[in-house]
Design a protein around this ligand. Structure first.
Ligand SMILES: Nc1ncnc2c1ncn2[C@@H]1O[C@H](COP(=O)(O)OP(=O)(O)OP(=O)(O)O)[C@@H](O)[C@H]1O
Length: 617
């Protein structure tokens, strides 16, 4: 009977799924071809044969012809909609048509000209590698166009050697780029024609405003320096500098950068609501810009103080309200539930600090919980039966690279990370994003959840909030995001209580749920039994509280450290210690930090340092 019902349901289900997929496709892909956008036929072949791209996405269809025309462009489009190809394809189109063509000389790969022609600036190393890899694929049949990258953590001398040989399209992180601009004499950029700011708002959030100004100065790329050039890029005419700014969350902070780098730009994906004045010169200064008289009241291009950000429409967004002391148990329970309920799961969990990532990584790599009928410890399975990876900025560059590549290829895996991969990174088949530590500004929420549900795929996102933090939902609502509640109780009730009779007793709070009590007890015993684990937990606790105190602006009202019960925070790291003991070491750290800050007298760059640190954790 059941089978019959199932069978009779299937065709409808399949039809529904197909309709949904078609709707999604219509929202993502344009009904035209790459060649109709004006791209050279061999590049279109390359996009189809090598990349598997049959048709352009909507943003590509809008942006490519405009970029081909030589205009400066601001692009605002949802995460995972193909912005990378939108700017790379027109550049490759121009370079491959350049005459005379760059030649290999005498069988070597030496280039006739030693110039960087296009520069792609990205905020993180992972994104830098990703754009470089896409370039490698795209340039497969255009061997005379050479891609390259420079980024923090890499060997400077090797980079110098690569720059000396000549790179046609260079992908770079801002700090390392500036380093080479100042110190590498062989880095020739006088013929640079394109500068692309990918994740433009994040480059500014990292506090690189001043450096960007320097870069633009060094490259002679400010609007008044465009004067006298021709109005369109052409292979046969004197090339004009063309700058592009892109992000899923272009906000008002980008105005100053836009004013500095763009001339009469075309805006793609920005509605009228966003084109209004809002920021003061002080706001620009806080982003690290040098605001002089001339630029004191820059023309405002974008306003997003109350504007909607664009998250993929098919993304399921939920929140789970958890008291602080039960956070760890709830995280582990949800992960266990997810890994045991789906055949292939790829999950990313975001934390606020490197120490928190390290602690949870070690815990999940060793923690076991099963009935005592299996006495031999080694035979017991891990609590979470999936491959677990970690990624943060305190890891060695090589480990960071291998972890990232390994996670990309896995079908069933868990990645614990900081925001190093929150932006732009494209990991196939990630189904679920958990924001265990809150993201801070709504823009970061949008980018973190954007690691799933890419290009019309299905995806889910879950945000952890403590009862005292629930106002964060209102903040997201202001940006057009409304989240529904995750059915936590159902998940917790589904777990067996080994060796215990399930009391049908009613419990008043989540902390008293029998499964929560049992798992918390097991976790605390596990951590206390191992000094190394206990140390990791303590370090993670301290840096977590520190990160919590660093929320800025309006968010300080929601994430108030004063409202936290430090004993409960300790519990969320499976620590049994008296809170005062752990609290004391935190207070000492806080005092030390304040002393150091006073000594350095770095009040203005304080914000930048913290944000930068956050990204590099
Ligand atoms: N025309 C296309 N057809 C099929 N797949 C495409 C096409 N263009 C891009 N993609 C794929 O879509 C995915 C998302 O692209 P991309 O990373 O450029 O998105 P994005 O808009 O830059 O996202 P984010 O805002 O997160 O940086 C990638 O896996 C990419 O290979």
């Amino acid at each position: 009977m059941a089978t019959t019902k199932k069978r009779s349901e299937n065709p409808t289900k399949t039809k529904d799924a197909e309709t949904k997929k078609n709707t999604n496709n219509n929202e993502i892909f344009a009904s035209c071809s790459f060649s109709s956008l004006g791209l050279h036929s061999s590049l279109c072949d390359q996009l189809r044969d090598r990349m598997g791209f049959e048709a352009p996405t909507l943003v590509q269809a809008q942006a490519i012809p405009v970029i081909l025309s030589g205009r400066h462009v601001l692009v605002n489009a949802a995460t995972g909609t193909g912005k990378t190809i939108a700017y790379l394809a027109p550049i490759i189109h121009h370079l491959q048509g350049k005459q005379p063509r760059i030649q290999r000389s005498d069988g070597t790969f030496a280039l006739v000209y030693l110039l960087v022609l296009a520069l792609v600036l990205v905020p993180t190393r992972e994104l830098c590698m990703q754009v470089y890899e896409i370039l490698q694929k795209l340039l497969h049949r255009f061997h005379w166009i050479v891609p390259g990258y420079i980024m923090g953590g890499e060997n400077r001398s090797k980079e110098k050697a690569r720059l000396r040989k000549g790179i046609s399209i260079l992908v770079a992180t801002p700090g390392r780029l500036l380093d080479h601009l100042k110190n590498t004499s062989s880095f020739l950029h006088t013929n640079m024609r394109w500068i692309i700011f990918d994740e433009a708002d994040m480059i500014l959030e990292l506090g690189f405003g001043k450096e960007i100004e320097e870069i633009l100065d060094q490259l002679g790329s400010r609007p008044n320096q465009f004067a006298g050039k021709e109005s369109a890029v052409s292979c046969n005419s004197e090339p004009q500098r063309q700058n592009l700014l892109l992000s899923a969350t272009l906000n008002e902070k980008v105005n100053h950068l836009a004013k500095l780098s763009l001339e009469n730009p075309v805006m793609i994906g920005l509605d009228d609501k966003k084109i209004q004045p809002t920021l003061s010169s002080e706001d620009f200064e806080s982003l690290g810009f040098d605001v002089n008289d001339e630029l004191e009241q820059p023309d405002k291009l974008i306003s997003s103080s109350i504007a909607d950000f664009r998250v993929p429409s098919q993304l399921v967004q939920r929140y789970v309200k958890v008291p602080c002391g039960s956070r760890l148990v709830v995280l582990l329970s949800i992960l266990k539930h997810l890994f045991e309920s789906g055949p292939s799961q790829k999950i990313v969990v975001f934390f606020s600090t490197c120490d928190a990532v390290d602690f949870h990584y070690s815990l999940l790599s060793e923690f076991k919980l099963s009935p005592n009928t299996q006495p031999e410890e080694e035979l017991r399975p891990l609590f979470i039966r999936s491959k677990t990876f970690r990624l943060h900025g305190n890891m060695k560059q090589e480990d960071r690279r291998t972890t990232f590549q390994a996670f990309k290829t896995e079908k069933l895996a868990l990645l614990l990370c900081t925001d190093v991969i929150a932006r732009g990174v494209d990991i196939p088949k990630v189904k679920f994003i958990i924001q265990y530590d809150s993201p801070g500004e709504a823009t970061e929420y949008v980018h973190r959840v954007g690691r799933t549900a890419r290009l019309g795929e299905r995806g889910e996102a879950l945000l952890f909030l403590q009862p005292v933090e629930m106002d964060y939902l209102k903040d997201l609502e202001k940006h057009g995001e409304s989240l529904t509640e995750y059915p936590l109780l159902k998940v917790l009730d589904s777990f067996p209580l080994y060796d215990q009779k399930r009391h049908v007793k009613k419990f008043l709070t989540l902390d008293l749920h029998p499964w929560v009590l049992a798992l918390q007890k097991a976790l605390e015993s596990f951590v206390v039994a191992q000094p190394s684990m206990k140390k990791l937990a303590k370090d993670a606790f301290c840096s977590w509280v520190r990160a919590y105190t660093a929320h800025r602006g309006e968010l300080k009202r929601i994430f108030m450290v004063k409202k936290l019960h430090l004993g409960h925070v300790a519990k969320s790291f499976a620590l049994k210690e008296q809170p005062s003991l752990v609290g004391k070491s935190f207070q000492n750290q806080q005092r030390k930090r304040k002393r150091e800050e006073k000594q350095k007298g770095l009040s203005r760059s304080k914000k930048r340092k913290f944000v930068g640190k956050n990204m590099n954790k």
